[in-house]
Design a protein around this ligand. Structure first.
Ligand code: PHE
Length: 349
């Protein structure tokens, strides 16, 4: 019987040795679980030793029980420590893998710049500011009355064919086809005081879009109303504008034209900036580039604006900034302004 007890002791010792060797080799929590089942599980080695103990003589059992219980606690504790080690080291590995180098320089935030259209508009504003023109805001959604009728274009007038637009579901309300209705709004704002203003903003037309036509574009309207304003003033302002924008050497030609709201009407052209007037692809071989429409404000329009046409006169003009930018920067397709292609916009930073 003594023999059996010491045999049990030897087995416990062997089990301890095995466990001590195995534990440090357990690589993950799953391996730990396997270890637990093998040593401490319900059919594990410790359980088997407890069963063996039953065959010891009764007086040897308490000591053997103590021995086994101690061995069991030791194993549980050693396993617990190993599991904890594994958890910590996998956490450390994860931290290492996700390490953040706080000494790296930050990524620079890309700073944008003004779009070429904004730049062009501002250049135009600056020129007219120097010429004494103030800036007036006018609306993009207009009435048929302002967009057409008050500008001498009654329903059925053939000039309406030049300005086909988008209509809203409210009868008589449309997207303006030009900034000219702003003339009436500004005159009504200031009459009978004299006024000298530019009215920039977006316009809309129902167009077949191509390289030179968009259905949305800018205009910069100009208006000067006062006593004794003459065509000489119109001429001086527009020639100065063209030369400040395109170079002092520009030759400017004023040609008779027609608009229902100006009388007389003029078209302003300059010698081609690409060929200097010899004739090229840009000016379609003519040597000249038309750049804006203008004229003396029609007496009926003055009256609609609240001025007495016997005492007041004025001039008006309409500039297409997209066309200005296309000429100045050799841009061949108006659609580039509104397609938001960075390869285009970034060229003008
Ligand atoms: N509103 C005209 C257009 O769109 C331009 C213009 C403005 C002409 C002012 C004369 C005077 O085409």
């Amino acid at each position: 019987m003594k023999q059996d007890s010491s045999e049990l002791q030897a087995q416990v010792e062997a089990l301890r040795t095995d466990a001590r060797r195995e534990l440090p080799q357990l690589k993950g929590l799953e391996a730990c679980e396997g270890f637990r089942v093998r040593y401490l599980g319900r059919k594990g080695m410790i359980t088997r030793l407890f069963e063996l103990m039953k065959s010891l003589p009764p007086e040897a059992r308490p000591a053997a029980g103590k021995l086994l219980n101690r061995a069991k606690r030791e194993l549980e504790q050693a396993l617990g420590e190993r599991q904890q080690q594994i958890r910590l080291s996998s956490q450390a590995q994860q931290l290492e893998a996700e390490a953040l180098d706080v000494t790296l320089p930050g990524r620079p935030v890309a700073l944008g710049h003004l779009h070429l259209m904004s730049q062009t508009l501002r250049e135009i504003y600056r020129i007219f500011a120097r010429l004494g023109f103030q800036m007036e805001r006018t609306r993009e959604v207009e009435s048929d009355e302002y967009n057409f009728q008050l500008l001498n274009i009654p329903p059925g007038h053939p000039a309406r064919d030049m300005w086909s637009t988008f209509y809203t579901t409210r009868p008589g309300l449309l997207l303006r086809t030009h900034t000219s209705p702003g003339q009436i709004r500004v005159m009504r704002r200031y009459a009978p005081q004299p006024v000298r203003a530019i009215l920039p903003g977006k316009c809309y037309r129902y167009e077949q879009v191509d390289a030179t036509h968009e259905m949305q574009f800018y205009q910069v309207e100009g208006l000067a109303v006062g006593r004794e304003i003459t065509m000489a003033h119109l001429k001086g302002v527009l020639i100065e504008f063209v030369r400040q924008l395109f170079g002092q050497e520009r030759r400017v030609e004023l040609r008779a034209s027609y608009f229902p709201f100006t009388e007389p009407s003029l078209e302003v052209a300059m010698d081609c900036i690409a060929c200097g007037g010899r004739g090229c692809r840009i000016c379609s071989g003519t040597g000249w580039l038309e750049i804006l429409g203008s004229g003396m404000v029609h007496p009926v329009v003055l009256q609609n604006g609240g001025y007495d046409p016997d005492l007041f006169s004025g001039f008006a003009f309409g500039i297409g900034p997209e066309r200005v930018a296309m000429l100045k920067y050799h841009i061949e397709d108006i659609r580039l302004f509104y397609s938001n292609d960075l390869r285009f916009t970034e060229q003008f930073g």
